[in-house]
Design a protein around this ligand. Structure first.
Ligand SMILES: Nc1nc2c(ncn2[C@@H]2O[C@H](COP(=O)(O)OP(=O)(O)OP(=O)(O)O)[C@@H](O)[C@H]2O)c(=O)[nH]1
Ligand SMILES: [Mg+2]
Length: 614
């Protein structure tokens, strides 16, 4: 690397002593075309393959370095497998130390390398022979790299910068510095950022790329970020720097995995693996969703669970390895970083994953909206596509009535705002079916109740408040349910009393009429609390408490009289109430407290005045 870049990427003393790379090293140099290249030098030794994995995320091309005196090593296969799994298909083979071998031996090694590369992404890669000692072939290597990198597609800019951290250190006078390869969008000095999965909020104090201070770092470049107010103990390799508010860490994700041909065994249900994504590494357990086991060379759908939060998004490539003896088993693509827990061998689950994996923005959006309502801004976060693509897909799906804009008065043409909720039609119908079923069971169990508390319904279907309000409003407009403010019911549900109940009620109402301001308690007429509550909900009576109940008309009359008295005299006392209605202290106190509670009156000392809201 030093011969190519002029920089020795081996930083550690032990590396220099042992003449081998243990941890990631970094270098950069200019190619003849003037193109500047960042280099991540990863360890070749199989014992340090975990460090190698921390460095290969986000790279555009790989140099597969093979020493001519040794030829391809066992770990070369694994490196090739890893590059294949990460879909890094652009690269060169660099045959080093040619000065140490005879031309015949070199030819044998070249042949062996070509053989080993068969079936790998490097099968047709150009091979450059070099001697770092003598400098032979180094210019050819630069030319070949320039050519290789000449048609690299620009790094995707989706306005969601991400920097998987591969190095953390502190510099006196600056504080904590982290490095990594920037993806997904630029970073600027002064920008608010957050660390995931920890969620620590901080700001970009300074930026460097190739040891040059920059005001703005672009995706696809090695970048060093000086963090404000973060100690080196708060951040580690594997964490991710990103813009606030979009990357939600997860303890479970759905993925498509391929088990490599060379894997020592099949991937089986509930296997424990080491999971590598970005520059992070964590243990994990796999659930096979559509196979008993995935044999080497095969692919399958899996759900992966982690003991701790992991920062991954849809479209990330990952590697899984056997914990010990550690060996690469396979890898693949993160499809859904926030799935529901799935049962195995479910057709609809597999179909959903296939839509998410290969789908168009519309298919991905529809699949994401399949189970619950999402705010548009949440969709921007969850779907790693440019916001504009998500937005136009939403308008198309609204026009084709595949999804619903959950907003009162919204039409398919209405302008979408980031706070608006969207939901797929099937999910809307399912939710409505669940609500109607819930109401049906409730009306069956509590026929004397007008309806179910809205909040109870909302918490049982587990939907955010605003989305639920919009959904209920929409269903009520369609007469699918009846919305009574705090309660909802089936439109056709009415409180119905049995004949016997009606008889007892009528006897009681009669008695109430006879003693309007000192009413007998309902228990004297064999009316239980349930029945009285029902009468209160139908509006026939007003239930002050367990034993004091007034007919609606009496209550309204009493209220009016009290307010008139207050308007007349400025206030009313409990004694004045008692005397005015010819009742007792018990009733006077209960009614006035009820008036206070329902903001009809307001207590001031021993007097009641009109509540301004009355
Ligand atoms: N004669 C000769 N020695 C070389 C050449 N390239 C590297 N070496 C020596 O071989 C040893 C290992 O070289 P490195 O460049 O550190 O090897 P590496 O490819 O980085 O290997 P890892 O760090 O283990 O992945 C060092 O002592 C080098 O000086 C070469 O082209 N010719
Ligand atoms: Mg090295």
């Amino acid at each position: 690397m030093q011969a190519l870049t002029g920089i020795d990427p081996d930083r550690l003393t032990e590396e220099k002593e042992r003449q081998l790379t243990i941890d990631l090293g970094f270098a950069w140099f200019d190619l003849p075309s003037g193109r500047q290249v960042s280099v991540v030098d990863v360890p070749g030794h199989e014992r340090f393959i975990k460090n190698m994995l921390a460095g290969v995320g986000g790279i555009d091309a790989a140099l597969l370095v093979i020493a001519a005196d040794e030829g391809p090593m066992p770990q070369t296969e694994e490196h090739l497998d890893i590059l294949g799994l990460l879909e890094i298909e652009r690269g060169l083979v660099v045959l080093t130390k040619i000065d140490m071998v005879e031309p015949e031996w070199r030819e044998l090694v070249v042949e062996e390398i070509r053989e080993r590369l068969q079936g790998s992404p490097f099968a047709n890669a150009e091979m450059i022979a070099v001697s770092a000692l003598k400098g032979d072939g180094i210019d050819e290597l630069r030319q070949a790299l320039d050519h290789l990198l000449s048609d690299i597609p620009p790094h995707t800019e989706i306005g969601k910068p991400r920097l998987p951290i591969d190095r953390v250190f502190s510099v006196t006078g600056f504080g904590t510095i982290v490095t990594g390869t920037l993806l997904g969008g630029p970073l600027e000095v002064g920008q608010d950022i957050e660390l995931q999965p920890s969620g620590i909020k901080t700001r970009v104090r300074g930026l460097q790329s190739h040891q040059q201070k920059v005001e703005k770092a672009l995706p696809g470049r090695r970048t060093a970020v000086n963090l404000t107010g973060v100690s080196v103990d708060d951040v580690a390799r594997g964490d991710v720097i990103t813009a606030p508010g979009w990357l939600k860490p997860t303890t479970m994700l759905d993925a498509r995995v391929r088990v490599v041909e060379n894997a020592p065994f099949a991937l089986e249900q509930n296997d424990e693996v080491d999971f590598f994504v970005g520059s992070s590494e964590t243990v994990a357990r796999v659930t096979l969703l559509d196979a008993e086991k995935i044999e080497p060379g095969n692919e399958g759908w899996i759900q992966i669970r982690f003991p701790k939060q992991v920062a991954a998004v849809r479209g990330d490539r990952f590697i899984v390895r056997r914990p010990s003896p550690s060996e690469t088993i396979g890898g693949g693509l993160v499809i859904d970083p926030h799935p529901r827990r799935h049962r195995r061998f479910r057709k609809e689950v597999i179909e959903g994953l296939e839509a998410l994996a290969s789908g168009s923005p519309q298919e991905i959006l529809l699949q994401t909206l399949e189970h619950k309502p999402w705010e548009l801004r949440e969709l921007y976060r969850a779907i790693t596509l440019p916001e504009e693509d998500v937005r136009s897909a939403a308008y198309e799906l609204l026009a084709s009535e595949d999804i619903i804009h959950l907003k009162r008065g919204a039409t398919p043409e209405s302008e979408l705002t980031p706070a608006d909720y969207l939901i797929a039609w099937p999910a809307y119908r399912d939710t409505l079916d669940r609500i109607q079923k819930m109401l049906g069971e409730y009306h069956q169990k509590s026929p004397l109740r007008k309806g179910m508390a809205k909040e109870e319904v909302r918490s049982r279907i587990d939907m955010p408040q605003r989305a639920f309000e919009e959904l209920v409003a929409r269903a009520a407009d369609a007469s699918a349910i009846a919305d009574e403010g705090n309660i909802i019911r089936k439109p056709q549900h009415q409180i119905q009393f049995t004949d016997d109940q009606r008889k007892r009620i009528d006897r009681y109402l009669q008695a109430l009429q006879e003693q309007p301001f000192s009413p007998p308690s309902p228990s004297q007429f064999d009316l239980d609390n349930e029945l009285v509550m029902a009468l209160n909900e139908t509006g026939e009576v007003v239930r002050i408490d367990e034993s004091i109940v007034f007919p609606r008309s009496t209550f309204d009359d009493m209220k009016q009289q009290v307010l008139d008295l207050i308007d007349q005299n400025g206030s009313i006392t409990l004694a004045q109430f008692r005397d005015h209605f010819g009742t007792s202290r018990k009733y006077a106190q209960a009614v006035l407290e009820y008036f206070d509670h329902h903001r009809i009156t307001r207590r001031v000392g021993d007097e009641r005045v009109r509540n301004v809201h009355a």
